[in-house]
Ligand binder design. Structure first.
Ligand code: ZN
Length: 141
């Protein structure tokens, strides 16, 4: 599991620190919650996943198909995607609000500024939207 959802990655740390500075309090990788979300904000009934574009198969510039054993990796990533979808559905069924933040918002040529991203995240936390995705495409929002 660890190889798939690596914990304490740099983008994740940046988001954590930023949210903390804004006054949000959260739990990290709570095993008791479905899918062990990266951040759990109980007070807002919200969980946040920060997904690596490669492992979770994001359709963006950071995702490049592997040249070695492409079929194997394609299947692995497809499995991850399916599992992610199931996890999100389960969490929503359990009454959680779910936010998905893609790594490319913090890394690579299309990244948002940290302020921009934190702004979007905190807006969502304070909103009543039950599900949202933040990726580089949501820049114009
Ligand atoms: Zn991406």
């Amino acid at each position: 599991m660890k190889s798939i959802r690596s914990e304490n990655t740099r983008p994740e740390m940046a988001i954590r620190k930023g949210l903390y500075a804004l006054g949000f309090r959260y739990r990290l990788h709570d095993k008791k919650i479905t899918g062990k979300p990266d951040l759990v904000l109980k007070k807002y009934n919200a969980v946040i996943f920060i997904n690596g574009c490669y492992w979770h198969g994001h359709d963006c510039h950071m995702f490049k198909p592997s040249k070695t054993r492409p079929e194997y990796w394609k299947n692995r990533i497809e499995k991850n995607r399916n599992r992610d979808q199931k996890t999100i559905k389960r969490l929503r069924d359990e009454g959680w609000r779910v936010l998905l933040v893609w790594e490319c918002t913090l890394k690579g040529k299309c990244r948002l500024t940290q302020d921009d991203l934190l702004n979007k995240i905190s807006k969502w936390i304070l909103s009543d939207r039950s599900f949202a995705v933040i990726d580089t495409q949501s820049r114009a929002e």
